[in-house]
Ligand binder design. Sequence first.
Ligand SMILES: NC(=O)C1=CN([C@@H]2O[C@H](COP(=O)(O)OP(=O)(O)OC[C@H]3O[C@@H](n4cnc5c(N)ncnc54)[C@H](OP(=O)(O)O)[C@@H]3O)[C@@H](O)[C@H]2O)C=CC1
Ligand SMILES: O=CCCC(=O)O
Length: 311
Amino acid sequence: MSNLGSSLPDATAAAETLRVGFVGLGIMGSPMAQNLIKSGYDVTVWNRTKSKCDPLINLGAKYQPSPQEVAACCDVTFAMLADPESALDVATGENGAASGLSPGKGYVDVSTVDGATSKLISARIKDTGALFLEAPVSGSKKPAEDGQLIFLTAGDKALYERVAPLLDIMGKSKFYLGEVGNGAAMKLVVNMIMGSMMASFSEGLLLSEKVGLDPSILVQVVSQGAISAPMYSLKGPSMVQSLYPTAFPLKHQQKDLRLALGLAESVSQSTPIAAAANELYKVAKSHGLSDQDFSAVIESLKSKLPHSKTE
Ligand SMILES: NC(=O)C1=CN([C@@H]2O[C@H](COP(=O)(O)OP(=O)(O)OC[C@H]3O[C@@H](n4cnc5c(N)ncnc54)[C@H](OP(=O)(O)O)[C@@H]3O)[C@@H](O)[C@H]2O)C=CC1
Ligand SMILES: O=CCCC(=O)O
């Protein structure tokens, strides 16, 4: 029986009594934490850039000045960080969450990272006697706002069960995939497919235009056929206008392709389509499009690229 299972209150009464930490309040973390606050949870937040905490504090969240102090005063702490480096640092670095954890507590990392990073974080968290769950999400800014994310979890089953009511507030479904690393791998495979789909869609939009077709009509045709995907209907109209309002930053999509290619390499799986797509995202990054939506990858296929910038 886990410490967490024996020392935390029953899930049925959890909303009133469970103290929830949330560190990392970017595009995804902010709406996820907001949904927990609105559901009545006692939420304590931290973010590297403190000003991003303010809207949540105004909604009733408490604030602590470090991940360590968040973890120390909460039963369960969620982390939504940019990449493997920041996820590792916030969990295990100086004043990181691990230094505030102890038996009876839990740490849930919902960032998209590779399995090796997730295992490092897990080992450090488990050293403290706390429980660990990796739980990256499928779904972007709007699903995060609407509580419609898909959680891909792995790790301590007792923690999965304990936080299930919270995952149900932030998401529409959740998968428990066993050992730490499996959630990360599932997420990377999904985002590898997504990155290639977006690159291929970009080629189609530009080709249609070049042969004299209206790319807006291509978007409509695609949306009614077998290759229809919400992503094309959602992003297509703005891509046609060369507009890329950020929901999923391009730099994160390229990070996910890079990590997925590493995963494929580790098992000698051939992934030439994803490798080609990754090159397009790298070109887009080198032209200053990192913080635009990942649909801006289309710009890397245009003969006139936006103003160049070295990153
Ligand atoms: N946006 C999306 O559609 C989706 C994103 N994801 C994944 O979720 C994660 C977060 O994405 P998203 O919210 O979009 O990203 P953002 O870039 O909006 O937010 C990143 C967060 O990480 C923090 N951060 C970055 N570097 C550090 C550091 N060195 N130390 C401490 N904190 C740091 C940022 O803090 P600060 O505010 O100070 O910069 C911010 O809170 C990523 O792993 C991404 O791949 C998963 C599903 C969908
Ligand atoms: O990691 C980002 C995923 C975005 C999405 O699933 O729409």
